[in-house]
Design a binder for this molecule. Structure first.
Ligand code: GLY
Length: 593
């Protein structure tokens, strides 16, 4: 199996090799994607996933949510490109074939291990709130929070996109291939068309009413008034043109040129729900480097994204509270293991709701939340036999005498995750989003604009006490995205992350536990049915053997709800060569060599 995959990729690489310069920097866009060899490789990867086995390789690997996107990344890596180069190619294709989840109109967080320096860096490409918004952005005239979709659909929810700037910033730091060449596959697919996937078709059908509101969105997703069908060959010449501009002139064009003007006109021009996003907001956008958040767990360092994401801190708190408990001895079929995981999650979510927001705007007790003594104190609350009857935020050590009220941000699942390791040993974990499926439902130049501002709390205060994650001009909404790199001895050994709204945190924590405590390989750990508890109700993955735990969890005192839990975990284990996993709940694959 592995030999076949290698041979096929080598064959494609051979076709491209003639274009390469001595130092592997590509001067040209890559050639056609749709070779028989590539189809064979993709089919093999799909078969491995269906069989529940990880894909194994030695040199490089890419795991992401769509075969076209993974193939584009694989081709960059095969030609000697870096993980950052491959990410640019993967993201450009994802924005086309999975437009509901991520794209140029959204934001992303990236964790990068640079093998040459041994340094772990995190980049924040999160959207920012326009300068003209205030804390009541999502309230009616009486100060009552708006209904979620009344806030989402239209211009009001659109933040300044960060993804194009993040792609360029990552490439500028760690790129080895020529920038322009990284868009070739996406441009070609957009010009020639791609087959609409089953998932995209189903989501368009479900969301048809909202997708009708913007004429550009309607024309693309409901041509002739009918929802796109699976297998329909969909072209996106406007997106191809946007990518040509980005490829030729860089992300600056997106933030200051004609693209910026069109974004502003679209957001401000929505008749019934306009936003205030302006050309100044776009011009001011900057990617920010943040301190990685690292937490010790079972001899590993679990490293992720700091604020404005709650991902690194909340995954870190959950795992930190579980340190004193022997999950290995309990095993994954034991309700007691899930009581510990579920209540550790509830305690962490209570802290998240009160304390975590954009730390450039509000002080966040990052050290206090991860302090070993504080986590032991919180872990001691788990010593009983039953579900905790009540859960409240703790009192982490805080270097500012401030108090916040609990927030009520609503986060529904969409988003996408990319994991990449290149031949030099660089590792990349990036979670990327336009927030809700299809974002604000506004389309500009072939891509959708985000609704990321609805990740702020709709309530600005409670009982006169302000909410940390309230809307403020220029602020970045709190996220749950948890791109993670697990380190050991200063080297990366696992790259992981997922979409899923605020359940991302539970999906990522579970996968790390399954891999670290229960000895599962990366594909098994990803596929292991989900049980997620955030605010008290235990969500168990419907139609899986997780439902067998329902009665025991009820006996422990939980309300239990069986439901679809559509994670999109993509991971790479670097301990013995490379082993990659792709979430069986979605359409992604792993390719490697
Ligand atoms: N909008 C999803 C997240 O940032 O968590």
């Amino acid at each position: 199996m592995r030999g076949l995959m290698l041979a096929a990729l080598a064959c494609v690489g051979g076709a491209v090799a003639a274009q390469e310069t001595a130092d592997s920097v590509l001067p040209e866009a890559p050639t056609a994607l749709s070779t028989e060899a590539i189809s064979g490789v993709v089919a093999e990867a799909q078969a491995e996933k269906a069989a529940g086995r990880p894909v194994r390789a030695q040199k490089w690997m890419v795991s992401a949510a769509n075969p076209h996107a993974v193939t584009a990344g694989a081709r960059v890596l095969e030609r000697g490109g870096s993980a950052a180069d491959a990410m640019v190619a993967v993201q450009a294709v994802l924005g086309l074939v999975e437009p509901q989840s991520s794209g140029l109109g959204g934001g992303a967080f990236l964790v990068y291990y640079d093998a040459a320096s041994g340094k772990l860096t995190t980049l924040d490409g999160r959207e920012t709130a326009p300068l003209l918004v205030g804390p009541t952005l999502f309230q009616d005239n009486m100060g009552k929070p708006l209904k979620f979709f009344d806030a989402v659909v239209g211009g009001r929810s659109v933040g300044v996109p960060g993804t194009p700037a993040l792609m360029q910033a990552a490439h500028a730091r760690w790129g080895r291939s020529e920038w322009a060449g990284l868009f070739g596959d996406a441009i070609k697919l957009a010009d020639e068309g791609f087959a609409v996937s089953a998932r995209l078709a189903a989501l368009v059908t479900n969301d048809a009413q909202r997708l009708m509101r913007d004429p550009e969105t309607r024309g693309y997703f409901l041509p002739d008034g009918f929802a796109l069908r699976e297998g329909h060959i969909l072209k996106n010449p406007a997106y191809a043109e946007t990518l040509r501009v980005l490829a030729g002139q860089g992300a600056k064009q997106f933030y200051t040129g004609k693209i910026a003007k069109d974004i502003v006109a679209k957001v401000q021009g929505v008749e019934d729900n306009p936003g205030t996003l302006s050309e100044v907001d776009l011009m001011l956008y900057r990617v920010k480097e943040r301190e990685p958040v690292c937490v010790p767990y079972r001899g590993y360092e679990i490293c992720g994204m700091g604020t404005p994401s709650s991902g690194g801190l909340t995954v870190g708190q959950i795992l930190g509270m579980l340190v004193p408990y022997d999950l290995t001895a309990l095993g994954h079929e034991n309700p007691e293991a899930w009581r510990l995981i579920g209540d550790a999650s509830r305690l962490a979510f209570a802290d998240r709701g009160r304390y975590i927001a954009d730390s450039d705007y509000v002080p966040v007790p990052v050290k206090g939340l991860l302090d070993a003594d504080y986590l032991s104190e919180r872990a001691a609350l788990l010593r009983g036999d039953d579900a905790l009857p009540e859960v409240a935020p703790g009192k982490p050590e805080f270097d500012h005498a401030l108090n916040w009220a609990d927030d009520d941000a609503i986060e529904l699942p969409s988003t996408s995750h990319i994991s990449i390791v290149d031949a030099e040993g660089n590792a990349l974990s990036m979670t990327t989003t336009i927030e809700n499926a299809f974002g604000s439902r506004l389309m500009v130049r072939g891509f959708l604009l985000n609704n990321e501002l609805t990740d702020f709390s709709f309530r600005s205060h409670r009982g006169g006490v302000p909410v940390a994650n309230r809307v403020e001009p220029g602020k970045r909404p709190r996220s749950s995205m948890a791109p993670t790199i697990v380190m050991q001895g200063g080297k990366p050994i696992l790259v992981i992350g997922s979409p899923g709204g605020s359940r991302i945190i539970g999906y990522v924590a579970k996968t790390i536990i399954a891999w670290a405590d229960w000895g599962m390989d990366i594909q098994q750990a990803i596929a292991l049915p989900h049980l997620v508890n955030r605010f008290g109700t235990y969500d168990v993955e419907g139609g899986t053997n997780a439902e067998a735990l329902t009665a025991s969890l009820k006996e422990l005192g939980y309300e239990v709800k069986a439901r679809g839990l559509n994670s999109g975990l993509h991971g790479i284990d670097l301990r013995d060569g490379l082993a990659g996993g792709a979430d069986p709940r979605r359409e992604g694959i792993v390719l490697g060599q």
